[in-house]
Design a protein around this ligand. Structure first.
Ligand code: 1HN
Length: 375
């Protein structure tokens, strides 16, 4: 036995001489050495970290400015080709306390993606669930299982796992959008599959229809094709158009003004993107919503199990996440870690504050682990 063998490990040092811990004796030291040699850890030294009284996220609140994301994505557009292997010119938000990995939160990937005029992002599929959201621009079509879907400002495009997809920019300007996926969740839980598709998309598939097949079949509110009565895990509607989202939010505020209980709280309208086959979330692991705060209005303070990523769609305001507070504007993105209080307030002025939000709540609802606390 060497001196090294009898030095207490960091775990044991923590455990020594603390309330609730056994008295330090040579026999205890011997016991802990035995645990270490046999790769064993007792509960009594770990209970506090394993069973916190409430979620204590490893993620930190953080803000990324859109002008920085845009500028660096454009720089990448001029330097980094997009093609087979790298697959996408996507640049992920890396939460500062998650080890430099491309994780906005422990479960969620959020990235800006950029496609130059005439470029193609190659076809592939993965088991991770995904969506795209467009804060500015147009000209890219995403092709999901051969269905070409236009992407324009304010559009939300869910894409359930294991569907073939590619993108093409058919315009004369670069285009940026954001991608949300459950990549960190799939990574940590070791359930990821990936498959390459065709290396080249035939030119005849570079179509640019105004509306996709999916919208023509599913895009009429409350009207379900009687040929499609099965409930699906992910939404078959592949684009939710800004014109509809905007109208729905405006009508909630108008109804509120007329005395109806249509809003979440005074001046706070919100819609959740939903799967028309069952009314549930659009994706099995990701919830997506658009929130509108009337000029000067504030949301109620809220904390929730699981993490959220927000992107400011329009307007300006102040957001508070845990101890942090930021003045935000169009395109800015920020993370709300699990169980951290969140409040948003629209600036006084002309415009309301529109916030696009995605979060991992469906995961926690599925395991009966979801909680929300107001105030
Ligand atoms: C992916 O396929 C897309 O299809 C975006 O646009 C981001 C991040 C990791 C792996 C695959 C896309 C991705 C991705």
């Amino acid at each position: 036995m060497t001196t090294m063998d009898v030095l207490p490990s960091p775990v044991r040092l923590q455990a020594l001489d603390k309330p609730g811990q056994p008295a330090v004796t040579p026999a205890l030291e011997e016991l802990y050495r035995g645990f270490e040699q046999e790769m064993l850890v007792p509960l009594w030294t770990e209970i506090g970290s394993l069973m916190p009284l409430h979620p204590q996220s490893k993620a930190t609140p953080h803000l990324w400015r859109w002008n920085n994301l845009r500028r660096l994505a454009d720089q990448a557009g001029h330097i980094v080709p997009v093609g087979r292997g790298g697959e996408r010119r996507a640049i992920a938000l890396a939460n500062p306390s998650l080890g430099g990995r491309p994780y906005a939160s422990p479960t969620l990937w959020a990235a800006i993606q950029y496609l130059m005029p005439g470029e193609d992002a190659p076809e592939h599929r993965h088991s991770q669930h995904a969506f795209r959201f467009v804060v500015e621009g147009e000209g890219v079509w995403t092709v999901v299982n051969g269905d070409s879907i236009r992407m324009s400002r304010g559009d939300f495009l869910p894409q359930g796992g294991w569907n073939w997809h590619a993108h093409h920019n058919s315009a004369t300007e670069p285009m940026a959008w954001i991608d949300g996926l459950d990549i960190p969740f799939a990574y940590h839980n070791e359930c990821a599959f990936f498959e390459f598709g065709r290396d080249e998309i035939p030119p005849e598939e570079h179509t640019t229809p105004e509306f996709s097949f999916s919208e023509r079949l599913w895009g009429y509110p409350g009207l379900r094709p009687v040929s499609q009565l099965e409930s699906t895990a992910s939404s078959p509607l592949l684009a939710y158009r800004w014109v509809d989202t905007d109208k729905a939010l405006n009508e909630q505020l108008a109804l509120e003004a007329e005395g109806y209980a249509a809003t979440l709280s005074p001046g706070h309208a919100a819609v959740r993107y939903s799967n028309p086959t069952n009314g549930r979330d659009v994706l099995p692991t990701i919830r997506c919503e658009m929130h509108r705060l009337r000029t000067g209005a504030a949301s109620q303070t809220r904390r929730e199990v699981g993490s959220s990523v927000y992107q400011v769609f329009d307007g300006t305001g102040t957001v508070r996440v845990g101890e942090r507070q930021w003045q935000v504007q169009r395109g800015d993105m920020f993370v709300v870690p699990s169980w951290q209080p969140f409040t948003a307030q629209a600036d006084n002025g002309q415009a309301s504050l529109d916030l696009f939000r995605f979060c991992d709540a469906p995961i926690f609802e599925a395991i009966q682990g979801h909680r929300v606390q107001m105030g």
